[in-house]
Design a binder for this molecule. Sequence first.
Ligand SMILES: *Cc1c(COP(=O)(O)O)cnc(C)c1O
Length: 412
Amino acid sequence: MLTLDFHPTGRHFLQIPGPSPVPDRILRAMSLPTIDHRGPEFGALGLKILSGIQSIFKTQHPVMIYPASGTGAWEAALVNTLSPGDHILMFETGHFASLWAKMAARLGLSTEFLAGADSDEQLPHAPSWRRGVQADLIEARLRLDTAHRIKAVCVVHNETSTGVTSDILGVRRAIDAAKHPALLMVDSISGLACADYRHDEWGVDVTISGSQKGLMLPPGISFNALSPRAIQAMKSAKLPRAFWAWDEIIEMNKTGYWPYTPNTNLLYGLSEALTMIQAEGLPQVFARHQRWAAGVRAAVTAWGLPIQCADPALYSPVLTGVITPVGVDADAVRRLIHERFDMSLGTGLGKLKGRMFRIGHLGDSNDLTLLATLAGVEMGLKLSGVKLADSGLPAAMDYFSGHPAPSLKQPG
Ligand SMILES: *Cc1c(COP(=O)(O)O)cnc(C)c1O
């Protein structure tokens, strides 16, 4: 029987695209005693974290840290910058983009949900949501809006439901080409600290992120990175907000504190994660995820199964979506793998339910962890009666052995 006390030998393979496996080092840092959140030690910790997290977003501007899941930070971004009835443009890349749009509607915003072409001639039975944001459609829509009724453009950087990334700089350029004043808001909840991201350079006004994906922390904290224009918009935005309000947080953060009790032990974990990421170097972190993703794709390709992302330029470094053959319930395959091999894979969300599963390659991982993951997936597919073109393991092994990991940056 499965109870919360059930711990089989070895470790569970948490291969979902968030929460990601947490490094022991971070768990140990989090086990330190909770301290006074108004005391002097806390202020020093707060300042260290607030400046460290700016370097991950690549911003010089304030970053809000909320004791909330990513969904809370989505809400914070909207309520701090917009007014009831404001019209916003969102792009349907997948399930998370859809949830964000649903939230915006519940908050009383008027949402327009753009979608790109969905059918696929190469693969007529393929499910939808296989491509990224189409900046040209955004540009065309903004050009029509000569009265500037559209107040914000909202897009997802790494669509975790599909494993498709989007070109955020391309969206910025589309807004600029249309000479439109809309704010640019980006969900990089699962992209941050896995895929290249540049809040200031790409002209993003609010970036939303969370703790339990690329930052390798347990769930429970989330972020809003701001721009001067976003802070300006806050001054006239009329949506009700109290807990989420940026102004008090910005003020108290100047000395390393928060207007409420922050998530002290998760902040110890964040401090440790920042130390680890900075020691490795962001370019190395991004290259590591790209390499893992390429190794996993080599196996999927050898199996002969289609990858959910139809555009190789947009393959996610965070996760890979695998489409199961017509008639094979991807969730049944996932359940079997969980029962037989103690591994969790990501389910197909929304429109993709039962049609695909997701392999996470983020967090505390390495080549051998991923090879074991692929072995578990391969056994599960075969046991489910899926005819594979070939074994994926030799392909992944060849990829990993033929592409040595770049060595860690030497300190000093
Ligand atoms: C995980 C995720 C969310 C939701 O975050 P929660 O922490 O579950 O509230 C939103 N968007 C994306 C892209 C995500 O990956």
